[in-house]
Design a binder for this molecule. Sequence first.
Ligand code: CP
Ligand code: NVA
Length: 300
Amino acid sequence: MRHLISELDLTADEFRSIIKRGSEFRQQWQNGIHEALFPRHTLGMIFEKSSTRTRVSFEAGMAQLGGHAIYLSPNDTHLGRGEPLEDTARVLSQMVDIIMVRTFSHTALERFSEASTVPVINALTDLLHPCQMLADMQTYFEHRGDIAGKKVAWVGDGNNVCNSFINTASLLGFHLHIACPEGYEPNADVLNRGKANAVIAESPEAACNDADLVVTDVWASMGQEQESKDRKSAFENYCVNAELMGSAKDDALFMHCLPAHRGEEVEGDVIDGAQSVVWEEAGNRLHAQKALMEFLLKSA
Ligand code: CP
Ligand code: NVA
């Protein structure tokens, strides 16, 4: 039985085969085909943070696979009243076939997965966002083929999505150049483990120079709202604008996991421009996660 807590829980071959399968699901969806591969299966969805894409893609994805999804928020469950995570994992394992969790603490999610007897998916923690990586890589591969050997620029906060890009760079063999203000670097352990494929760049321009893919994310992630004012001044030179995109390769793609703040981490003419693939990237959450659920349910 397998979980997906970190990108590094998968081998490179498994990662590539899941996104290939995601592309097949995308093709089927475009042709109006929903193969009910998992009838009467149930996905438990624990959300301790907000979500648009993750909730809808998992819920719609499970419905399309012939199953059902249950949305569980701390307000409606005993998680919000102090029932231990491990107990919740044990109880849900008696009732559902697979569980996804969006929460703050990565170690809490690890504890949850250790107590669970059904597959657990990390749907974002403060440390990592592996489902986003499956969708992002599926999108890149669909446009440009394999990403091995390519240059990827990360501009902005060294946050959960950045950490996940570091892990994915190690796994798939691309070169990640991270431009972030001092004090907002990615997780030191993650960077240290991934240092063969990820470096801190001198500036956003240096990171983007000749890049095949430019990626950014919000300046203040969920849970950091009270830091927004300080972050706005720290990040003012970390906005992906047309000039920065101009230093990347002519055919460079632009990605953002969304939600985006136009005029902060990205200018409107970039995110809404010809190099941006953000809507497909968001759409591929659905297809990549159907492939992920299939992979994990078959492992169970
Ligand atoms: N990108 C992403 O995970 O979006 P949501 O927060 O809307 O789920
Ligand atoms: N870094 C962002 C990603 C949202 C999908 C956050 O954690 O809020």
